[in-house]
Write a protein that binds this ligand. Structure first.
Ligand code: FE
Ligand code: FE
Ligand code: ZN
Length: 293
């Protein structure tokens, strides 16, 4: 069965229940959320009553909570330790975010590996490994390293870098990968021939490590190293290639998460994109349709 959803909000007063209701309003059967704003590390206390209500509603809707994803905020950086206070803050914050996942009963947390900001790729990778080894070990949460576009000094735009990080992590059962189609394209991977990409991935890392896929089109060409997401079918990856990835048999049980931009920064596209993906037919007028609803 296709597992498709999008990233959704997580608000102070509605929390997991609000996130779930937003996902359901898009016709999604899975979702991803940040436990607060993605750009900052301010977090509120988890309200267990709201979590309970959400779990009951998921059961009623037959939504598989074991595959719902949390995304760590993207401002914490494990790849650079030049400022040791900042580095330790990042480790401690990710630790607390993992705790929040446990409190919520979440199994998977996506993490950007980070940017080495000048210390070099090898040292960057070592910093990430050291940080992850301080977070993992006694948690039930699996951290999913996201494949990156290679913007600036980002680590993780090459599968070999992700491979090295995983090799250095002690708790192998709690480390995995989240693919992002826009990032793969911008990093220079040929995802038009996705089976071949998966073969390469399997040799380097193991296909069983993939636990989540971000489905985004890209505003830029292959190898652009830009990381700007586009609506499904309206970018340089294109509808057919994305459909081919979404419906790949080897990844059938893996949740597919849309992180495409709001139309005119105002209208969430997810309900319409999910419908179009289910119909497997590209609608050239989709963005106009979204704006007029
Ligand atoms: Fe991400
Ligand atoms: Fe992503
Ligand atoms: Zn991105």
């Amino acid at each position: 069965m296709l597992l498709i959803g999008s990233h959704v909000g997580f608000k102070k007063d509605s929390q997991l229940l609000g996130s779930l209701q937003e996902a359901l309003s898009y016709g999604a059967n899975t979702f991803m959320f940040y436990t607060g704003a993605p750009q900052n590390t301010m977090r509120y206390k988890i309200d267990n009553n709201l979590t309970k209500e959400a779990l009951a509603l998921m059961e009623k809707e037959h939504l598989d909570y074991s595959k719902v994803i949390v995304h760590a905020p993207y401002i914490v950086n494990l790849a650079n330790s030049d400022n040791i206070d900042k580095y330790n803050f990042a480790i401690n914050f990710i630790k607390s975010e993992v705790k929040r996942c446990e409190e919520l009963g979440i199994k998977y947390m996506v993490l950007h590996p980070g940017s080495h900001v000048g210390c070099g790729i090898e040292e960057g990778i070592n910093n990430i490994i050291n940080g992850l080894n301080k977070v993992l070990g006694d948690t039930s949460v699996t951290i999913l390293l996201e494949t990156m576009a290679g913007k600036g000094s980002e680590v993780g735009s090459k599968l070999e870098e992700i491979q090295k990080i995983i090799n250095g992590v002690s708790d192998k059962d709690h480390i995995g990968v989240c693919l992002d189609t826009c990032h793969l394209n911008d990093a220079g991977y040929d995802i038009e021939n996705f089976d071949k990409f998966l073969e390469n991935f399997d040799t380097l890392i193991g296909i069983d490590k993939i636990k989540c896929i971000h489905i985004n089109d890209s505003k830029n060409e292959k190898s652009s190293h830009k990381d700007r997401h586009e609506n499904i079918g309206f970018g340089h990856i294109g509808f057919d290639t994305l459909i081919n990835i979404i419906y790949n048999e080897k990844l059938e049980s893996i949740p597919k998460i849309l992180e495409t931009p709001y139309v005119d920064r105002e209208y969430p596209p997810y309900k319409y994109e999910i419908e179009m993906i289910k119909e497997k037919k590209f609608d050239n007028n989709l963005l106009e349709k979204i704006k007029s609803q």
